[in-house]
Design a protein around this ligand. Structure first.
Ligand SMILES: [Zn+2]
Ligand SMILES: [Zn+2]
Length: 441
């Protein structure tokens, strides 16, 4: 079985490739790149003229909710949403119910993904049993079961001693600890960024310092133990500065940022224009949306490599979960289907170049995940045929009721985005083909 993608602009930042070229796939592998490849017999032909052909996107951080919260998302719906968003591999966080804290559960997730997944799913194991922050899990067993790292995401690993022990164990396995940086003694009951908008709305604040303190602690521990730390969803200017300094010192850390922390601010918590509500719970997320200065610092950090990659932190919730008061509504944004379009706004505004953005969605996360048998984030001949084809300029409107994800919780519903996924290919199989967007203005 051969598939020819003809006439697209191939961008593969892993090798600095940016050229008009055909790309030929046989079964699950890329077997040829070049112009004027003859159409092989029995092939599928994809006309990619005026489109960009990229390595398949890799999401290093998402929440698929299965098992335990299938009313919010399942592996089937989450991976279908991922395919629509151009993602070919998703790394699933372990805050399921029960938590993914043992090898058997990881094997079960992989079996479910094999059966129901539209794209590839790689599990992240939890650091502590039940994610309670007390007792370390069988990290070696979970590594053998395919974990790409360990995290108690949703919760920080607040206990210094536990984090230290976890880092030493993970180091022996060559895997990172992925920390949700939040000092709970500072964030307390905060529900949005501490600052003028929180004051105006009368909501308890979650200060930048709560993140920055733990970023600083984790950098120190990474240095002391020489272990790998991956810092999830960086949201503040101060965190960026600590990371930049640490990288300049050669400390072994990597960091991700979400599409929402790169594109929208705390102002989005304010009520939507014609709404009778006092605030927009769909903009409630942890860590919270920050100020314009923070967003600008994170964009610059992504551009200069201080932030390595994008993690969507796709966190689907039911409509009911978001229908309470702001204090009681769930934290999280459903992000897989809007990530690319939202991020392309940075390219269209010349804040980041397209190649850097693609790298942050492909090769950069692939290097952290380090599972080249599953995903390489490249278009190398001989590598697995994970390919995303998109129109960088096509304008479309976010319609949350058309999301494949069960989570309709997005603060950017009805917004216009420019940049649209056309085709997603996983291991040589076309798993998603778009229809043209409907725009009503
Ligand atoms: Zn988190
Ligand atoms: Zn998360």
């Amino acid at each position: 079985m051969k598939t020819l993608i003809r006439g697209g602009r191939l961008i593969d930042p892993s090798r600095g490739v940016d050229m008009i070229s055909d790309l030929l796939i046989e079964n699950d592998k890329i077997i040829g790149i070049g112009t004027g490849i003859a159409v092989p017999d029995a092939s599928i032909l994809i006309d990619a003229s005026n489109l960009i052909v990229s390595p398949g996107f890799i999401d290093i951080h998402c929440h698929l909710r299965e098992p335990g919260e299938e009313h919010k998302e399942t592996i089937a719906t989450g991976t279908a949403a991922g395919a629509k968003g151009g993602f070919t591999t998703l790394c699933a966080m372990p805050n399921t119910i029960p938590a993914m804290d043992n090898p058997e559960m990881l094997l079960d997730i992989k079996a479910r993904a094999e059966k129901f997944g539209i794209v590839k799913v790689i599990p992240i194991g939890s650091v502590t049993l039940g994610r309670y922050g007390k007792i370390l899990t069988d990290m070696r067993g979970m590594a053998d079961a395919g974990a790409i790292g360990f995290s108690d995401d949703g919760n920080p690993i607040a206990d210094y001693h536990i984090m230290h022990k976890a880092l030493l164990q993970a180091k022996a396995l060559g895997l990172p600890i992925i920390n949700h940086c939040e000092d709970p003694s500072l964030s307390k009951n905060g529900v949005m960024n501490e600052g003028i908008v929180a004051s105006a709305l009368g909501l308890p604040g979650w200060p930048s310092l709560a993140e920055e303190n733990m970023v600083k602690r984790d950098i120190e521990l990474a240095m002391q133990t020489n272990s790998k730390v991956h810092l999830a969803h960086i949201s503040t200017r101060g965190s960026v500065e600590f990371i930049r300094q640490a990288k300049n010192m050669g400390i072994n850390i990597t960091a991700e940022a979400t599409p929402h922390h790169l594109t929208i601010t705390e102002e989005w918590v304010r009520p939507i224009n014609d709404s009778m509500l006092k605030y927009n719970t769909n903009a409630k997320v942890n860590p919270p949306l920050r100020t314009k200065e923070d967003v600008d610092a994170i964009v610059l950090a992504l551009s200069d490599g201080t932030i390595d990659c994008i993690g969507t932190d796709h966190a689907p919730h039911s409509t009911e979960d978001k229908s309470y008061s702001f204090e009681d509504a769930s934290f999280g944004i459903s992000g897989l289907e809007t990530a690319f379009g939202a991020l392309m706004s940075l390219v269209h505004k010349n804040r980041i170049d397209l190649s850097t953005l693609i790298k942050s969605l492909t090769y950069a996360p692939a290097r952290i995940i380090n599972k080249p048998d599953i995903c390489t984030g490249t278009l190398d001949v001989g590598s697995r045929a994970d390919v995303t084809i998109f129109d960088p300029d096509l304008r479309w409107q976010v319609k949350s009721d058309l999301f494949i994800s069960k989570g309709k919780n997005t603060p950017i519903a009805e917004e216009f985005l420019q940049g649209y996924i056309k085709t997603t290919i996983v291991d040589g199989r076309i798993v998603y083909e778009s229809e043209d967007p409907i725009i009503v203005e």
